[in-house]
Design a protein. Structure first.
Length: 322
C-alpha cells in the first residue's frame, strides 16, 4: 500500500492500541487542542514518513513494540515494520510547548478549557527546552488564553525573548491581535500559525463563539507581508460539517494569500464527541485539492521549520507525505 493511502486510512481511524515491550519514552502528551488531557499518543514511522495515533485499548489498529523503538503495525490484515519516534515535547524533533494550559474561550473542538491546566513560568519553559536540546531542531509555542488575548500575547513575547538564546527557529501559534505578526517578527520568531479552524464563517461562529473569523484572515494576510511565503500557516479542521467545495474554496483563498493550510481531521472530543472522523477516501480527495492549490500558488511545505507542517504526524502534508 502506498504511504499516502496508508496514512489516510490510519488517520481515518485515529487511534491505536499498544502491545509488547514498555513504550513510555515514546508516548507523547498534549496540553493543547483536542488531545489535551488524553492518555497520550505515539508517532509510528516507516522510513522518513510518520503518523500520530492516539492511544486507545479499543482500537482496531495495533502496534507491537519490540524494544528500543522497533515496532510492527498491524492494520487491515497487514503487518508493517517500522519504529516509534521519541518526542521532544508533544512531537518528535521539536519542543512544542503549551505556555498556558487553560482558556477563557470555549471552542467546541478543544479540550483545554476542561483540563484546568496552569500557565508555565519562563524558567519552566527554558528548563523544558534545555532538557530535550540534544534531540530537537526547533521550538514551537502555543497557548490557551488565561485572562485575555492581549495579556496572553504580552506574556508569550516575554517567553520568546528568553528562548532566542537557544539559536533554534521558533514557531508560534496564538490567538492574534491586529499587531501580533509585527510583534512576533520583531521578537525573533521564524514562523507563525493563526488558525481559522473552520472552512466557513458560519461554522466558525458555531465552533468558536466570541472569536473573530474576519480578524484571523486579516492577520494571516499581514503575516505573509511580514514573514513571507512558506512561513505562515493556518489550521482548518476537516469534518465540522463543511462541504468539499467549501473546503476547497477556503484552501485556495489561503494559498492565494501565501498561507500554507494545515488540514486536520476532526478529533471527536470535547463538544464534538460523537462526531465521525473523515473517511480515508475524503482525506485523499482533499489531499489532491491541497496539493494542486499549493503548487499553483508556488508554496512548498517542505520548507517548514517548525510546528505542524514540519512534524506531519497529524495530517497529510503534500510534498512530505508522498
Amino acid at each position: 500500500m502506498h504511504w499516502t493511502d496508508l496514512k489516510a486510512r490510519l488517520l481515518a481511524v485515529g487511534k491505536v492500541q499498544m502491545k509488547g515491550e514498555p513504550a513510555e519514552r515514546y508516548i507523547a502528551q498534549s496540553a493543547a487542542g483536542p488531545g489535551a488531557g488524553g492518555s497520550g499518543a505515539v508517532f509510528f514511522a516507516i522510513g522518513n514518513h510518520r503518523v500520530k495515533l492516539a492511544l486507545s485499548p479499543e482500537s482496531s489498529v495495533e502496534i507491537v513494540h519490540h524494544g528500543s523503538g522497533t515496532a510492527d503495525l498491524f492494520f487491515e490484515g497487514q503487518r508493517l515494520s517500522g519504529h516509534l519516534l521519541e518526542p521532544g515535547f508533544h512531537c518528535p524533533d521539536q519542543a512544542y510547548i503549551t505556555v498556558t494550559g487553560s482558556c477563557i474561550f470555549s471552542c467546541r473542538y478543544c479540550s483545554v478549557p476542561h483540563t484546568g491546566g496552569k500557565r508555565k513560568t519562563i524558567e519552566e519553559i527554558r528548563e523544558m527546552v534545555e532538557s530535550v536540546r540534544d534531540r530537537i531542531h526547533a521550538i514551537s509555542i502555543t497557548i490557551g488564553v488565561l485572562t485575555g488575548v492581549e495579556e496572553e500575547e504580552t506574556y508569550v513575547l516575554e517567553v520568546i525573548k528568553h528562548l532566542t538564546a537557544f539559536n533554534l527557529p521558533i514557531g508560534v501559534s496564538i490567538y492574534p491581535t491586529a499587531m501580533t505578526p509585527d510583534r512576533l517578527k520583531d521578537t525573533g520568531v521564524a514562523e507563525v500559525k493563526f488558525n481559522l479552524e473552520a472552512a466557513t464563517p458560519h461554522l466558525f461562529s458555531q465552533m468558536c463563539p466570541g472569536l473573530d473569523y474576519g480578524l484571523i484572515w486579516q492577520v494571516l494576510d499581514r503575516s505573509v507581508q511580514v514573514f513571507g511565503k512558506n512561513r505562515v500557516f493556518s489550521n482548518v479542521i476537516i469534518g465540522l460539517g463543511e462541504t468539499d467545495a467549501e473546503l476547497e474554496t477556503c484552501i485556495k483563498k489561503l494559498t492565494s494569500l501565501g498561507v500554507i493550510p494545515v488540514l486536520r481531521p476532526i478529533n471527536p472530543v470535547a463538544g464534538l464527541a460523537g462526531m465521525k472522523r473523515p473517511s480515508a477516501k475524503r482525506l485523499m480527495k482533499i489531499f489532491a485539492i491541497h496539493k494542486k492549490a499549493l503548487t499553483d500558488a508556488g508554496l512548498d511545505p517542505m520548507l517548514a521549520m517548525t510546528m505542524c507542517t514540519n512534524c506531519t504526524g497529524c495530517d497529510l502534508v503534500p510534498g512530505r507525505d508522498v
